[in-house]
Ligand binder design. Structure first.
Ligand SMILES: [Zn+2]
Length: 452
């Protein structure tokens, strides 16, 4: 498989014509005519943050947007026409915080997790990413998964082998032993011994943390995640405060930046948020106990906040139902109250917000439920949509390819009925999904894959 997949990846990448082109791409292009699709959009939000357009035509050539034209343009001979005259068309959504292999069937998962192999989780992930894509999320950032599984799935999607969103992968989150991302926490001694031996993501001391970052990068990580504080769902007693020392966080951030990787810090407690911001992280995930002081720090550093507002509600409901460790309940109750208020203040204070859900804690494919919570916390609908398009693309360093619909960008296009600028909940009912020129959903119905 390792030998075959890269070959297929190269063939397909050239078949759809990457932006860099090249000699082989030219040869291939001569052999196969361009695939043209004309989309008639009733309304078009091509650049979130600006006004929506009226009736428009989006011309898609292979995997990219060729042009955007006013009114309904008659398709060129041989081109496919997709009629979205009754729909509102916008760029594919981006979720900056998911865990693609985490099973959202919580009760079953709690019972079965110890019996599962990595292969079981991989196949669960294949289903999760398809649901995510069909919910209109054409790009996700996975912030904590087995690095081999997530890079394999990422590459299979890029190759067109399985349907799913573009994945920006962190691999396993870096953590101190006993910290939020230590999978040996509170397991029996045999399990703990094996997990400790296999873990490459645990580190103590600045040098060891540099090593842990390099390990994830060497195995294919696009971005680095670390856990600055305790977590609601980690299987240890204790609070949500800082869990790595300042010099360890600095070592993680500097090593990642040295390799051109952005850094996301899981952080709940104010001390950990402040320390991660001092260390120079690019984004804070969750941000439960932000304050006026940390909000000023965010703005000074240009760091992003990824609120994941659906997550604490989901974790609390699961803990109350007995589907989480007993150690979770107190932490979830504490977090859920503070989170709503503090995210609202961060929005008022003008902290940059990028959309993320922590799906895997909440249900895959219901990512769009986050929009209503962001609006409830004080974001205007156009800003909430920006957070899930242009702004998330900027955080992911991909704004030149995704986040808006412009000539030369990826043809990641979705549509809903009704205007999400008036009511963001229409985004929970996806009608049309195209990713890199391939149609996955029309009239809310799954399309054959691979496309004919
Ligand atoms: Zn997470």
């Amino acid at each position: 498989m390792r030998k075959i997949v890269p070959g297929i990846a190269i063939a397909i990448a050239f078949a759809v014509g990457p932006p860099e082109g090249g000699h082989q791409a030219t040869l291939r292009a001569q052999a196969q005519p361009d695939r043209l699709i004309f989309i008639h959009a009733g309304a078009l939000l091509d650049r979130p943050g600006q006004a929506a357009r009226g009736p428009s035509t989006v011309v898609v050539r292979n995997n990219q947007i060729d042009s955007i034209r006013e009114g309904y343009v008659t398709p060129a001979p041989g081109a496919r026409l997709i009629d979205l005259k009754k729909e509102f068309v916008l760029p594919g959504l981006i979720d900056a915080h998911v865990h693609v292999f985490s099973d959202d069937d919580k009760m079953r998962a709690r019972l079965e997790v110890i019996n599962r192999d990595v292969e079981d989780n991989l196949l669960i992930g294949v289903d999760n990413v398809r649901r995510t894509l069909e919910a209109g999320f054409t790009t996700v950032r996975d912030l904590g998964s087995d690095v081999h599984s997530v890079t394999a799935l990422r590459d299979a999607i890029l190759s067109g082998l399985v349907p799913g969103p573009t994945i920006v992968a962190a691999g396993a989150g870096i953590s101190g032993p006993g910290g939020h991302a230590d999978s040996s926490n509170n397991t029996n001694r045999d399990t703990a011994a094996v997990r400790r031996t296999q873990a490459t993501n645990l580190c103590s001391g600045a040098d060891d943390c540099r090593r842990a970052v390099r390990d994830q990068i060497s195995q294919g990580a696009d971005v680095i995640k670390f856990t600055a504080t305790g977590g609601v769902n980690s299987n240890v007693a204790g609070g949500l405060g800082q869990q790595l020392f300042d010099d360890e966080m600095k070592a993680i951030v500097d090593t990642a930046h040295l390799f051109g990787r952005k850094v996301a810090a899981h952080a709940h407690g104010e001390d950990g948020i402040a320390a991660a911001l001092r260390a120079g992280v690019d984004s804070i995930e969750h941000g439960t106990f932000t304050s006026a002081a940390t909000n000023a720090q965010f703005k000074q550093n240009g760091a992003w906040l990824v609120p994941t507002m659906v997550a604490p509600h989901a974790a609390l409901a699961q803990a109350r139902a007995g589907a989480r460790s007993k150690l979770t309940l107190a932490k979830a109750e504490e977090a859920v109250v503070a989170h709503g208020e503090n995210i609202a203040r961060a929005i008022r204070d003008g902290v940059k917000i990028a959309f993320g859900t922590d799906s895997g804690v909440s249900d895959h494919g219901k990512n769009a439920k986050e929009f209503a919570l962001l609006v409830k916390a004080g974001m205007r609908p156009p800003a909430a949509i920006r957070a899930a398009t242009i702004d998330a693309a900027t955080l992911l360093d991909r704004a030149s390819r995704i986040g808006s619909l412009e000539a030369g960008k990826d043809a990641d296009i979705i549509a809903v009925t009704g205007s999400p600028l008036d009511d963001v909940t229409v985004l929970e009912r996806m009608r049309f999904v195209m990713r890199q020129g391939v149609v996955h959903l029309i009239d809310g119905a799954r399309q054959p894959f691979p496309a004919n």
